[in-house]
Design a protein around this ligand. Sequence first.
Ligand code: NIG
Ligand code: FE
Length: 421
Amino acid sequence: MKKMIIKNANELVTCSGFKAKSGSEMSELNIIKNGAVVIEDGIIKAVGTTSDILKEYDEANYEVIDATNKAVLPGFVDPHTHFVFGGYRAEEFSWRLKGENYMEIMKRGGGILSSVKMTKEATEEELYESGLKRLDSMLSFGVTTVEGKSGYGLDFDTEIKQLETMKKLGKVHPIDIVSTFLGAHAVPKEYKGNEDAFIDYVIDEVMPTVVEKELAEFCDIFCEKSVFSVEQSRKLLTKAKEMGLKLKLHADEIVQLGGAELSAELGAISADHLLQASDEGLALMAEKGIVATLLPGTAFSLKADYARGRYMIDNGLSVALATDLNPGSCFTESIPLIFALATLYMKLTTEEAINAFTINAAASLDRADSIGSIDVGKKADIIVLEFPSYKFIPYHIGVSTVEKVVKNGNLVFDKLRGGRI
Ligand code: NIG
Ligand code: FE
């Protein structure tokens, strides 16, 4: 197995920690000046200053990356995406530019339901090929772990097809994929007005196979006015938990429905979106240690008010960031765009945003013990920037500053060698 030393990092930004950072802890990046990392068997073996490390480890025995004048950070974790889908909704985007409303488009059978139609029509090969391209693009932005959801099937065959596609992609692509079952993402036409029966269908007919075939680790639901109520969400998520799935929610995105409160009641790992979350709901999340995963790209794309990131951190929450890559409300895998929006519009500091996209994003996937920071014993998922400081990440607006990506101790992307290796 390959052995690697990354040395001379102008800033080695470790984000050190094994659990979510909350409140003021989110300002702490634990930077080692002139730092080095030793990697063996895909795992971080030692972290320190370059002079200390090279006294103990003979670099002649290692593949060496010289990060002189560069910043080195943990790989980014994107903890909320819908990256496997058929077809596109460029037309819908142009309708929205002319003033049409996202939820209204969905109510008349467009929106998510049009992606459902196109995903049903797509072959597994088509889903696989487009998924692969999106993963390559994510890798170029420094993403080393991504969460992906089903939810463009809504029926047994297509939900399973989406999840199996993700499983296959995880086997061939360097990015680790964490799968979430989102069988209740929208109400299919044939169940309109009969949402309770659809929830029962998902619980009785789809979820058992998802669990049995180990196709997902999390269960999620779109808890929203005109989609699934708090009661329906409680029912589905309670069953999911009984069946061994961990919980996530699309909560309080468009209307303040009580999704944040429900996430605390059920002990979810994260509640996501939260644009409209109540003070009480957020306080309960802070108390229970539920990660608030914020998706500023979606607010931007829907021209909605941003989630109250600054307020959440000031009130002791653990905030994570994600792209929400999907074909409708936010068609982007751009990590730098999300950094720009989180810092300029949600008022996070650069340090908070970096923790939100590394250790807290890992916690949002229940993986803070194994990824999300440069700590001994964790997976060697590490990025090298083209610039000397992490401060360039939001400053170079909308442009990727990532030069190299090391995944499980292997160099898998290098801009200087033309990209994907
Ligand atoms: O996270 N809000 C619900 N689900 C997705 C959007 C999916 C879509 O429009 O296709 C989201 O924004
Ligand atoms: Fe989403």
